[in-house]
Design a protein. Structure first.
Length: 160
């Protein structure tokens, strides 16, 4: 199965990291501009910036918000995970304002969702998340995931 365009773009950035100190990663700064946000550093939480930047680079309008939960109102709601879907998680409290967002790329043998995302350990990486923390799955408007995308690949995962 071929990766959706936004996921092909996201995969190119695996390993990209924040730059500690006064310098900042130019890719993260460019995503702020693509998302029409006025941040000028890579110290600000940037998971939504990464997802939005990958969508924008693929020609799909993003939420233009720095908030992960903004993606709960973006695209088409899915009732289950699909390979390449945007996934939104809660952080700290399920009904709180904080969240995390990334792209679904598989699941582990124990059922955790594997997410390619930004600002995961201050880098673009693939990390496993408990599906109990999922707030929603989304797919870009005007597109429909192929049925095969609901059959998530099961991948080995050793942790960050």
């Amino acid at each position: 199965m071929i990766d959706p365009t936004w996921l092909q773009i996201a995969r190119k950035y695996v390993g990209l990291k924040e730059i500690p100190g006064e310098k900042h990663n130019p890719h993260i700064l460019r995503w702020w501009k693509l998302n029409e946000l006025k941040y000028t550093n890579d110290e600000q939480a940037w998971c939504a910036n990464f997802v939005g930047g990958c969508l924008e680079e693929s020609g799909i309008h993003s939420t233009h918000s720095p908030k992960a939960r903004s993606f709960l109102n973006h695209g088409k709601k899915l009732d289950r995970p699909a390979y390449g879907a945007v996934v939104v998680f809660w952080r700290e409290k399920i009904d709180g304002p904080l969240g995390h967002v990334g792209f679904v790329v598989g699941k582990t043998t124990k059922g955790d969702i594997l997410v390619l995302g930004g600002n995961q350990g201050n880098a673009v990486s693939i990390v496993a998340f408990d599906p109990k923390r999922v707030l929603g799955y989304r797919w870009p408007i005007g597109l429909t995931p192929l049925n095969a995308r609901y059959n998530l690949p099961i991948l080995s995962y050793k942790g960050p």
